[in-house]
Design a protein around this ligand. Structure first.
Ligand code: HEC
Length: 194
């Protein structure tokens, strides 16, 4: 038979355990949230990662002279890793024997990279490489960003671009669109492929 003291001790012990488990649980939760936050802090580096990856995936050599290097890298990431600009603006997209859709190792058609020429019904994809004065598609940064947001080509103001998904691209931040522009400034200038 248990004495009153033993019962009390047991009760205290149970309470002690219960409190401790609560504390332990709290500790685990806070450790977890610290870990989540640490992951969150890593987020600050996402742009750095994208910039580095942009330089890895660019299929053409880049002219970084008087360019913002970080913007070029980010722009390459957005152009070659997200935007799919190459899919339409390079024709054909892949070099002979380098079409991944045919199970071949990818080799982008660098000779025609973003020089246009693909045909979508009545629409021909534009050459968006730098022109003689270094402006991608002959557009200033302001004109480029406005075109990506409105679908209006300042050279043909009464026309709305039909094929390109500019309503989607236009959702990007100013900095991202500016980065794409900076990247396009740095790629080799090519004659129109049409
Ligand atoms: C689905 C195909 C497609 C994709 C993807 C695409 N474009 Fe286009 N783009 C076109 C076509 C077609 C035109 C021109 C004709 C039209 O739409 O009337 C054009 C026009 C343009 C122009 C205007 C050129 C000029 O001569 O003024 C720019 C700049 C441009 N695209 C940039 C981009 C960029 C940057 C990306 C990727 C972020 C991209 N495009 C992705 C099809 C595409």
């Amino acid at each position: 038979m248990l004495s009153a003291t033993t019962t009390n001790t047991k009760r205290e012990y149970t309470r002690f355990l219960r409190n401790w488990s609560a504390t332990l649980l709290l500790m685990i939760v806070s450790i977890n949230s610290v870990t989540v936050e640490a992951g969150g802090m890593g987020m600050g580096n996402v742009e750095g990662e994208r910039i580095r990856q942009g330089f890895v995936i660019t299929p053409v050599p880049l002219n970084l002279h008087s360019k913002n290097r970080a913007l070029v890298g980010l722009g390459s990431y957005l152009t070659n890793g997200v935007g799919g600009c190459n899919d339409c603006h390079t024709s054909p997209t892949y070099a002979p024997g380098g079409n991944p859709f045919n199970g071949e190792a990818e080799k982008i058609n660098t000779d025609g990279y973003l020089a246009g020429g693909g045909v979508f019904g009545p629409f021909v994809e534009s050459n968006i490489t730098p022109d003689a004065s270094g402006l991608p598609a002959g557009l200033t940064r302001k004109e480029f960003i406005s075109l990506m947001r409105t679908g209006k080509d300042p050279h043909e103001a009464n026309k709305t671009l039909q094929v390109m998904p500019w309503p989607i691209y236009g959702n990007m931040t100013y900095r991202d669109l500016s980065a794409i522009y900076e990247y396009l400034r740095s790629i080799p200038a090519l004659p129109n492929n049409y």
